[in-house]
Design a protein around this ligand. Structure first.
Ligand SMILES: Nc1nc2c(ncn2[C@@H]2O[C@H](COP(=O)(O)OP(=O)(O)OP(=O)(O)O)[C@@H](O)[C@H]2O)c(=O)[nH]1
Ligand SMILES: [Mg+2]
Length: 483
């Protein structure tokens, strides 16, 4: 994307289609001229061009292709104090597609050109109104699919991350200044700053950067679908539950243990997200090569999952209970989160079986989610019946709550930011580690300075002080036109 800031750009800033109101946005040095060619102000807005402050004016548009005048409110930012850091205007008018199209067309005839994807936000970044973290957060706000993501995006847009990293950067610049001042007096043996003090300040920076690096390593890219795996002994009713959850007869179901060999996937739409649901082969000793491969595939699916739903048949024989308990614990260790369900509950005449048999320690409060460091398990069994539909909705809610809890703890970075900054954060962590080792080993200050410079370079890349056209292209091409 060429960085031509002198053009005056125009685009529809409201969602396409008919609506009560529509917004056309203009930005660039010729904004006033372009707007003046169409805008006919009301008497009390006649002096709009001489306004020095951002203000709202009223009037109408004179469009040659539309016979009647179109009433509108004009939001006008005459100076650099606008979103894009240059004169800017917005036409707020009726949201009729032909009117909006005609307005954009006429503005283009008068000297504006159509904006490219994300070009308004890119101008905001290039003029220093926002940094790259905030630019990514603009897209994060637009694309947020759940409350959690929206909170994260708003916090990043508000500059929380910027100020945290900005503080680390300011501290490191100050430390670099102290170190380099000392280098000038190295002959005189004057110590400007003790090694103990250097180590303390490096440790403080490392704490923040390492936490962000770890966050970004576990953060999911935008659009990632969380993987929920159904696992359990053969005949536990996994495939039947899979079919019931997705509302289709996709998996083969039979009373013969070992029916599912391969694994099956389908989309499970939940209220706030779509997840990938995976039906796997039952856990058992492999009797032949096919079974061995089925068990391998199942293991891979469990390890790569975000959540395992362990299925224990309510009518499981006493003989198999110990095996079920053992394998459930094993699966819990391999996966990042687990929900335990008691399947085929309709086969129980006396209601759900004794909860004390649960392989996961139960509390008496029902299906509550408990955070245990990075693991999330549902305490107590959730009785379900794929046959009658009993508790299927509750299971969906529990899956959703469990994924939300796990995801919330994961990171405060937006997915797109985490993916872009992952390498920089790791390199910055490494350099801070090296600087600390050099300090503790009493190495020369030049070596420590060198490492700090490299950390500053990485922080600059994250915040957008150091950027290439490729980076900007990558970020802003994901935006829609008009933002
Ligand atoms: N009554 C009743 N029967 C069920 C229920 N769920 C599954 N079944 C029966 O249990 C048997 C095994 O079900 P599957 O869904 O094939 O079990 P699975 O866990 O996928 O078995 P494998 O693929 O062999 O590991 C079938 O005969 C199902 O009809 C249920 O909720 N109620
Ligand atoms: Mg099956």
């Amino acid at each position: 994307m060429p960085l031509d800031l002198d053009d005056t750009i125009v685009a529809l800033a409201s969602p396409p289609g008919s609506a009560l109101r529509g917004i056309v946005r203009v930005s660039g040095i010729a904004t006033a001229d372009v707007v003046a060619a169409l805008f006919r102000p009301d008497v009390d807005s006649a002096n709009w061009r001489s306004s020095k402050l951002p203000r709202r004016f009223t009037g109408h548009l004179e469009l040659s292709s539309i016979i009647v005048p179109v009433p509108l409110s004009l939001m006008y930012w005459p100076t650099k104090r606008s979103y894009t850091g240059q004169p800017m205007a917005e036409f707020h008018l009726i949201g009729s597609p032909p009117v909006l199209e005609a307005t954009i067309e006429h503005l283009c005839e008068k000297g504006a050109r159509l904006a490219r994807r994300g070009e308004f936000t890119m101008r905001a970044f290039l003029s220093g109104r926002i940094d790259l973290l905030q630019a990514e957060a603009v897209l994060g706000v637009i694309e947020a699919t759940d409350h959690e993501e929206l909170q994260k995006a708003l916090s990043q847009l508000g500059g929380r991350m910027t100020s945290r990293l900005g503080q680390v950067r300011a501290d490191l610049i100050a430390l670099l200044g102290d170190l380099e001042a000392g280098l000038d007096f190295v002959e005189e043996d004057i110590e400007f700053i003790t090694k103990h003090e250097i180590a303390r300040r490096l440790e403080e920076a490392l704490l923040v950067v390492r936490q962000l690096a770890e966050d970004s390593a576990s953060r999911l890219p935008a659009g990632y679908r969380r993987r929920v795996v159904l696992a359990g002994l053969p005949n536990a009713g996994k495939s039947t539950l899979f079919n019931r959850l997705i509302g289709q007869q996709k998996a083969i179901v039979s009373p013969i243990a070992g029916t599912t060999r391969d694994y099956l996937t389908a989309t499970l739409p939940l209220d706030s997200m779509d997840v990938e649901l995976i039906d796997t082969a039952g856990w058992e000793d492999a009797a032949d090569l096919i079974m061995e491969r089925a068990q391998e595939l199942r293991g891979e699916q469990v390890s790569a999952s975000d959540l395992v739903v362990w299925c224990t048949a309510a009518d499981l024989s006493d003989q198999d209970k110990a095996e079920d308990k053992h394998l459930c614990r094993l699966a819990a260790k391999q996966s990042s989160a687990m929900i335990h369900v008691l399947t085929r509950i309709d086969l129980m005449t006396g209601g759900p079986s004794d909860k004390s048999d649960s392989p996961i320690p139960s509390d008496k409060s029902g299906a509550t989610i408990q955070a245990d460091e990075s693991r999330f398990t549902v305490n107590s069994l959730l009785p379900v019946s794929a046959e009658t539909g009993h508790n299927i909705e509750a299971l969906c809610e529990t899956i959703q709550a469990c994924l939300n809890t796990a995801n919330a703890s994961r990171s405060e970075l937006l997915g797109t930011t985490a993916v872009r900054c992952r390498d920089s954060l790791q390199r910055a962590t490494q350099s801070l580690d090296h600087a600390l080792i050099a300090t503790r080993a009493n190495h020369g200050d030049e070596l420590i300075s060198l490492e700090i410079r490299s950390v500053l370079h990485e922080l600059g890349t994250i915040l957008g002080d150091v950027y290439t056209d490729d980076i900007l292209d990558h970020i802003f091409s994901n935006f829609c036109i008009g933002k």
